[in-house]
Design a binder for this molecule. Structure first.
Ligand code: HPA
Length: 251
């Protein structure tokens, strides 16, 4: 059993990874965000990739999602857990809340969002009714439960293009659409994982109330986002540790 974790903002490295070694991977789609880090957490094999690069230099719309997913798939992983920083649209999704989304809406444009294109590729449609893998979600929920960490089960993740944050009206529209969370990196990542048939789920870390909501009524404080992420990532690390233990036990 080998699991991959894709770390987002605030999670450029996985603390406590033992026997870590980096592997530079090239893919037919170009270079991933950085080398893959192979290592062990509590003796359990794991692969880690920093979505924005190890120095956090790659913006959401510039990420080579295809290369990232291709590289992880090539490493033979059995599943991917993505950690993603988001804004909360639902009032109870305030800073520091952890959410396990079960649906998504894609508002991005111009991203290379499929492996199935080009003259040699047959037209291929994947089923994406349920975008996140139920088993990975269940294990993550169990891991949080074992630790007594509150985790909101369910929510619709709306993926915007970025890198700018949204206007208050855009967030109101997303709310009418049924979005509970807003982030910039959930797509095409989730769809590419499905194209490769790799089970995938997202742990969303709420960094702020979305634009025009809660204490973001007049604006979003980037300093406050940083402070929230600093405080919350220790909890995320603990949950990830328990998650790999739960996943390894169930193999
Ligand atoms: N919008 C989009 N992406 C985000 C936000 C937000 O408010 N906060 C963290 N990532």
């Amino acid at each position: 059993m080998k699991f991959a974790i894709i770390g987002g903002s605030g999670l450029a490295q996985l603390a406590g990874l033992e026997q870590a070694r980096r592997q530079v991977v090239r893919t037919p789609y170009g270079d991933p965000s950085g080398p893959l880090t192979h290592g062990r957490l509590d003796g359990i094999e794991l692969v880690f990739l920093a979505r924005h690069g190890y120095g956090h230099t790659i913006a959401p719309h510039e990420i080579n999602y295809r290369a990232n997913l291709w590289a992880l798939h090539g490493a033979g992983v059995d599943g991917i857990l993505s950690v993603a920083t988001v804004g909360g649209i639902r009032p109870e999704f305030g800073p520091g809340v952890l959410v396990l989304p079960d649906q998504l809406i894609d508002y991005t444009w111009g991203r290379r969002s499929t492996f199935f294109e080009g003259p040699e590729q047959p037209v291929t449609h994947i089923d994406f009714t349920v975008p996140y893998d139920d088993i990975v979600r269940e294990r993550l929920a169990r891991a949080a439960g074992n630790l007594g960490e509150p985790l909101a089960l369910g929510g619709t993740y709306g993926c915007t293009q970025g890198p700018r944050l949204e206007t208050a009206a855009e967030i109101r529209r997303m709310e009418r659409d049924g979005c509970d969370l807003v982030g910039m990196t959930g797509m095409p990542e989730a769809a590419l994982a499905r194209e490769l048939a790799v089970p995938y789920a997202t742990l969303a870390v709420v960094a702020n109330h979305a634009a025009g909501k809660g204490d973001s009524l007049q604006g979003i404080s980037l300093e406050a986002i940083s402070a929230t992420l600093d405080q919350t990532m220790a909890r995320v690390h603990r949950i990830l540790g328990e998650f790999v233990r739960v996943a390894a036990r169930e193999q």
